[in-house]
Write a protein that binds this ligand. Structure first.
Ligand code: UD1
Length: 423
């Protein structure tokens, strides 16, 4: 298994480009299944999760060709069926929880489908009850069979669906299903993440009318006929990759310009980092970051957008470990998202976990050692810790990182980091 070796203690300096957003590209890749039109997706990051989504749509009849970071997607064959069912098989679904979004897309156009139920993961159980109860309200019956959710429907009906929690995945899945429903489907307590707006913008291009995306109430008027002329769409920049680099620069006391960003998507993080004493300037599509010797400690509570993103919580914990004073991080989105704390403690961080809160007492320095990645963002946190630490950090199980950070070592090396991958 590959490992990353980081010789820490170097300030990050220079400039790099931010890649396209994984979490936008995934639902949009699935959404291409709604149309027979040729689709060109620009700014798609080359990541394991993206390759996983491509395998699913290729299995279901699309042909996908890479040209740099652009994907050309065409329909090449009809959707395979097992009896009356379109099946999204376990081997393709299991690698990534977002694959469950294929259920909304398939149900928009097919009456009988079976989709493997994704499992839990290191950060929690991650159920799909919100998706399924919304589907039921829109006319889909379901039952579980041998690890698959079997959905059967006759005519879909529009409805007002009220979520008990603004789940990102459920909002996307219902938008995808509602794209095939005649009439107005309303999602109340919808997620407001920028990736929802990007998906809506793509769906609008294929003929779906959507109002309210980006707010907590979204109306979707399905397309009677999907647009069949060529569609070009550019994926938004990855706000979590952006935030990860902003924190990495802050933790290494560096000075960097990040290009190709939409800084409005990182407003909450930027405001918080400014209050920690980091200098941040925004210009056009760039963010300039200059760190400070004395990072002030600040508290955060993770929450759905526009709150502080759970996907940057682990990285922020590293920064707070190197701050002056005590900070509290409260995680409200996932039930088990402090696995990285134990690894950070092995590097010398002083962190106490109590329920869904982490109490962090800043230390003078972290010291490199071998560590193990438990999930994607925990991996990003350990990389930042390794960059900021004294000595050598060996990061194991980096396949998690390959799911979500395009050209990580190359980008960090460009900024002067001493980082290499060994096979
Ligand atoms: C998406 C992101 C992920 C991010 C998360 C929260 C993608 C591919 N992934 O994940 O990076 O960390 O949003 O910002 O976009 N829940 C239920 N029932 C459901 C669905 C969710 O209880 O049916 C719970 C989850 O267990 C979790 C919380 O709701 O505790 C948030 O999950 P959700 O917003 O659905 O996250 P994902 O879409 O899985």
């Amino acid at each position: 298994m590959d490992k990353l070796i980081i010789q820490g203690g170097k300030k990050l300096e220079g400039e790099i480009n931010i890649s396209g957003a994984k979490n936008s590209a995934l639902p949009i890749l699935f959404a291409t299944m709604l149309t027979d039109a040729d689709v060109v997706l620009e700014n798609v990051p080359k990541l394991m999760d993206i390759y996983g989504a491509i395998s699913i749509i290729e299995y279901l009849g699309k042909k996908v060709v890479w040209l740099g970071n652009t994907l050309k997607i065409v329909s090449s064959k009809s959707i395979p069926k097992e009896g009356k069912y379109v099946v999204a098989p376990y081997d393709l679904i299991r690698k990534m929880r977002a694959s469950f979004l294929i259920s909304g897309v398939l149900l928009a156009k097919n009456k009988n489908i079976k989709v493997a139920l994704p499992g839990g993961c290191a950060i929690g159980v991650r159920p799909v009850d919100i998706h399924i109860s919304a589907f039921e309200q829109l006319g889909c019956k379901h039952y579980l069979q041998e690890g698959y959710v079997v959905f059967n429907r006759e005519k879909l009906n529009s409805a007002k669906v009220k979520f008990k929690y603004p789940s990102v995945g459920a909002t996307e899945n219902v938008m995808l299903l509602a794209s095939g429903i005649d009439g107005e489907t309303i999602i109340e307590n919808a997620a407001q993440e920028p990736e929802i707006v990007d998906l809506a913008n793509f769906l609008k291009k294929i003929g779906v009318k959507i109002v309210g995306d980006g707010s907590n109430k979204i109306s979707i008027y399905g397309a009677k006929k999907f647009n069949n002329t060529k569609i070009v769409h550019r994926i938004i920049p990855d706000r979590i990759e952006t935030g990860t680099y902003v924190i990495a620069v802050s933790a290494t006391k560096g000075e960097v310009i990040l290009k190709n960003v939409i800084f409005q998507h990182n407003k909450t993080l930027i405001k918080k980092l400014k209050s920690c004493g980091i200098k941040i300037f925004l210009e056009n599509n760039s963010i300039y970051i200059k760190s400070t010797k004395k990072i002030k400690s600040k508290n955060i509570v993770t929450s759905p957008y526009p709150g502080f993103p759970t996907d940057l919580q682990a990285q922020f914990m590293v920064l707070m470990s190197l701050s002056k004073g005590k900070s509290v991080i409260k995680e409200t989105v996932f039930e088990n998202r402090f696995v990285h704390a134990a690894e950070l403690q092995r590097m010398g961080a002083n962190i106490r976990i109590k329920g869904n809160s982490a109490y962090i007492y800043g230390v003078e320095k972290l010291i490199g050692c071998p560590v193990m990645v438990s999930d994607l963002r925990a991996g990003a946190a350990l990389v930042i810790a390794g960059l900021a630490a004294e000595g050598k950090t060996i990061i194991n199980r980096i396949y998690h990182l390959d799911r979500g950070y395009e050209m990580l070592e190359q980008k960090l090396s460009k900024l002067g980091a001493n980082i290499k991958r060994i096979k």
